[in-house]
Write a protein that binds this ligand. Structure first.
Ligand code: PMP
Length: 439
């Protein structure tokens, strides 16, 4: 997908091939980290020129930096359709945002979470009562499981943690329905939007969720900045996430008082560049032609999934049995197909995932990801269900993902390369060095 104003930094760069020569890099790993927008890069460069202390400095550039930092909250809140009263707390990434939320939950909170979640959404709740739900067979079953768990929970506050789009299967979860059920049972909802946010516009108020967590590096901004957006009450009742300057209102010999959010949970000198970069990306993405982007992504996604599935020995894995982007007229689509973002996770019979990924990079200039994608229970389940556990898949899979800048040439190159690797193996010999196959 391409759109005016959303050009990527470093687009069209080439990478070396192991056999000699260079080729245009086919980055099919946007789901892990997306390249920055060129406009974000320019904004960061402009802010670097203004570099000065933030918040406590009285100089001109300090005031500019402070305004830039504080002004970065609004575009992030608008991007996720937050309420005017929602706090925007800058964090390091989605993992940090969800750990911050876990830190702020009231005592005796019950947390309901599917075992299929990314570890960032699955694990931070260790100090609370957790109800871990098994993988549902369909979106409707997901709603029923949540309803049942929340109905039977112990008295007290409750939080449903749910992903918007899976980083493994790309499937979109029925967030609106899940949130409605959670609300009817008196629970709050935290949305892990790490994968949803780069692909689909959404709104806290329309979905009926409370908290949203996202990462800048998946949203065409650099690494190191994320956000937690949501109501201030629980966040203000909790002790600061970090103790130190910036979070404190007063400090005497024997007492400390703390500021309200967002400062309460942003102790220490903030990441001004990261916040401004994230806000710029949010602003630009919010103004994009979403219909045109989604159409382009659907076409590429359908081709990616269909092309891979048609190769003998290749299995594309989904939880809900969906075979495409969910486009009503997409190839092989069915009325009840679960829509998804541009992600295809696959295994190749008798070809270890790490070897496939290494060959794609070294021989074809294609970047993908291999492993279990920080969602071990889900990947184990998908491979087990597909009968891959004993076909050489070794608990790992390969993930190709589409983002801004992905072209049909990238997708066709991947399909042709996987076909060749599946049928004939890699062209080169590989040895394992530091745990990775290298030619
Ligand atoms: N949730 C999902 C669905 C993700 O894909 C990721 C990143 N792979 C995360 C959470 C964690 O994001 P981060 O590593 O930026 O904290």
């Amino acid at each position: 997908p391409h759109a005016p104003g959303l050009e990527l930094s470093g687009a069209g760069r080439t990478v070396p091939l192991a056999g000699g020569g260079h080729i245009e890099y086919a980055n099919l790993d946007a789901a892990a980290s997306a390249p920055a927008l060129a406009a974000v890069e320019r904004t960061v460069a402009a802010v670097v020129e203004q570099y000065a202390s933030v918040h406590r400095g009285a100089g001109w550039h300090s005031r500019v930096c402070t305004e830039l930092y504080e002004g970065a909250r609004r575009p992030v809140r608008d991007f996720v359709g937050g309420r005017p009263t929602d706090a925007v707390i800058f964090t390091r990434n989605t993992t940090d945002s969800l750990n911050l939320l876990a830190h702020c939950l009231p005592a005796r909170t019950t947390v309901v979470v599917f075992e299929t979640e990314h570890h960032a959404a699955l694990l931070p709740w260790v100090h609370h009562h957790v109800i871990r739900l098994p993988a549902p067979a369909s979106p409707a079953e997901a709603v029923a499981l949540v309803d049942d768990a929340l109905r039977r929970r112990p008295a007290g506050p409750a939080l449903l943690v749910i992903t918007g789009a899976s980083n493994v299967t790309g499937e979109l979860w029925p967030v609106g329905e899940l949130a409605a059920v959670a609300r009817s049972r008196g629970a709050r909802v935290a949305l892990d939007a790490a994968q949803l946010a780069p692909h689909r516009p959404f709104s806290i108020t329309e979905l009926g969720v409370d908290y949203v967590a996202l990462s800048g590096h998946k949203l065409y901004a650099p690494y190191g900045t994320g956000a937690l957006v949501g109501p201030a009450d629980w966040l203000d009742q909790a002790d600061p996430y970090l103790l130190g300057g910036g979070a404190t209102a007063t400090v005497t010999d024997d007492a400390v008082t703390f500021k309200p959010v967002p400062e309460r949970h942003e102790a220490g000198t903030p990441n001004v560049l990261g916040a401004v970069a994230l806000a710029t990306a949010c602003h630009l993405l919010a103004g994009a032609d979403h219909e045109a982007l989604a159409t382009a992504e659907h076409l590429l996604t359908d081709r990616l999934r269909d092309g891979l599935s048609a190769i003998p020995g290749v299995t594309v894995h989904t939880l809900f049995g969906s075979g495409g982007s969910g486009r009503p007229d997409g190839p092989g689509s069915e009325a009840d197909e679960v829509p998804g973002i541009g992600v295809a996770t696959f295994t190749v019979t008798d070809r270890p995932a790490a070897l496939v990924a290494a060959a794609l990079s070294a021989e074809y200039g294609i970047g993908v990801r291999d492993g279990a994608f920080c969602a071990h229970p889900l990947v184990r389940r998908l491979l087990g269900a597909a009968g891959c556990a004993d076909s050489g898949a070794d608990g790992q899979a390969v993930r190709a993902s589409i983002g801004l800048g992905t072209t049909s040439e990238h997708v066709e190159r991947l399909i042709a390369a996987v076909r060749r690797i599946a049928l004939h193996g890699p062209r080169l010999q590989y040895v394992v060095r530091d745990g990775r196959p290298v030619p």
